[in-house]
Design a protein around this ligand. Sequence first.
Ligand code: IVH
Length: 715
Amino acid sequence: MIKVSVDKLTEIEATRELKQLAKKLARHNYLYNTEDRPEISDAEYDIMWQRNLAIEQRFPELIRKDSPSFRIAGPILEKFEKVTHKTTMLSLDNAFRKQDVDDFVDRIRRFLRLNSDYLFDFTAEPKIDGLSLSVRYENRRLVNAATRGDGMIGENVTENARVVADIPDVLQGNPPDVLEVRGEIYMTHNDFNALNRRQQEAGNPLFSNPRNAAAGSLRQLDSSVTADRVLRFFAYAWGEVSKMPADTQIGMIDCLHCYGFNINSLTRLFHDVTGLMGFYNEIEEKRATLDYDIDGVVYKVNEIALQNRLGFSFRSPRWAIAHKFPAEKAITILQNIDIQVGRTGALTPVARLKPITVGGVVVTNATLHNEDYIRGVDSDGISSIRNGRDIRIGDTVVIQRAGDVIPQVIDIILENRPFDAVPYVFPHICPVCSSRAVREEGEAIYRCQGGLICSAQALERIRHFISRNAVDIEGLGDERIEFFFRSEDESITIKSPVDIFTLERRQKESITKLERIEGFGAVSVRKLYDAINARRKITLSRFIFSLGIRYVGEVNARRLARHYLHYDAFVEAAKNAKVPQDRRDNGNKAWQDIISIEGIGSTVASAIVDFYSEKHNTEVLCKLLKEVNVFNEEYSALSNSSVVGKTIVFTGGLRRMSRDEAKAMAERFGAKAASSISTKTDLVVVAPGAGSKLTKAKELGIRIIEEDEWFSLVG
Ligand code: IVH
């Protein structure tokens, strides 16, 4: 669909589009982060995200409370001991076109308030397609190695890292006392081919690509298996460092090299987008000749002082970006279309494909998104996509796979269409519970109306509750939870989250013993109970996330936890809040309080209110809270900051930083940055030109300080 160029949009069009984009991006974020089943590629996500950003930049006054600004979350494995990273292992935002790179550089300039003639450098280096690892050294010695996991908690793979030749046991040169080196574990094509030859000879399954082979080899409980596979490591970043040995990215990388690490010899320095694009093209050409897989290039601001000022938003640094190579495509036959029902009742069409290898991975399923997508219509219901070509069973289809995103059908080859292929009719009933499936006004998705009677929804809700980033119960995998869910035995069945925590008690009183059931055994049952009991204490943000409230993914759960601090306070707000009925209605105090949270808009707030107004939900929660203890996570890293927990408003024309930088800084020190003054405001930082906000702050007797005082306050 051709979109109106952003500089031609009227304010009304921009408002409408921002609303649509917020909704779409929230949904795709949710599918990606929460349900782990993205429907669109990173490239498409990024196009939408960038357009949203461009519109917001042109119309800053239209920026929505629920403006999309975050991404990413990856699961952690069960087998290894968990390690909490001292500093989060960041992920990267993606760029796909030159324009995205231009925008990245412009964003940095704006954030740092740099003039266009102020030159600063970027490093550019290949983006290795492997898995990231953090290796910690104390007094030169390797003490710990951990995978990225979800960025905050990874898996302890120290023993395996020790057998990787590229990872020194003892550092050379003059390293800092504490040094966490971050980089990518990968396998060369040569070693990968040799490994697969050995696998074949031994009758073992083959690895589909070097990345999977590297991941499978690093995540071995027996490190002698890892030692048998040749793994490599490129160092490109760092975590905790007791004393920085250099003040630039390139300087740090050189130091890592001196300490004994391999660094990528293709790394270069540039000071403008032309240079970066030249590098991108050069590396794309070289790609086929390299002995390791890469999927793009990474640009990083060279000066570490600037990196620190830029900081990061959620899980990606503002000072780096991955410029990805185009996604890989392939052609195959669409053999069937199945409908999957998600936990919110959404019906998603899934293409069953004649198996095909795309970028080294065998693909049998791909998403078809929704009814309109199959019909060849954009989600506005009017404009056409694929020139209006619909998708039919039997069609020859073009599929695309980018990274770990679920592959998608992007086009069809009309000339190959079988003469008897008929248009696909989207079902109007749920294939699982036979309830009506309804597509609401303005929505692209059909939703099963079965609610509590739809077993697919109930099962998916439990799956979400126990998923890794929610309550995270080990030993309750997909098959097991389905077994418990389907069981009609009262001492075994798990039909809601509460049943998980009552399982052991119910079993004690029962004569049907779980350990006698095939696939269980006494040891595994004990382990399961231990895993369940270990989760009776759970942090507030995980708990809120685990409830599966619509639009409340991990990031929003954290925002809510940070704002309310205690579960009771959150519930009280959710139960008391009144959703505004029309444009003149502002809702009550509790409503205002929820939407005052940065990043929480009325869509999310309404979903929270709806969730708590559903009697069934409150009943389940009441029982659940008798089983689990929800505690507030401490923001210990920030506890020595004098502004931790405070709500701060910046007003006027700040001299030393942009408004965005000021807000980011407040958040870094554990404070909440708000845009308007209320009785909840603790501190107002004023600069010349401050107007009504200053007056209101004075009226309310709020502490007012100037910009310089702010810097002394946070040290
Ligand atoms: S820098 C804060 N540099 O890409 C810096 N990452 O998509 C964080 N990756 O999680 C990463 N090559 O696993 C960086 N040269 C490179 C990289 C690289 C590959 C991976 C890394 C990261 C992922 C983000």
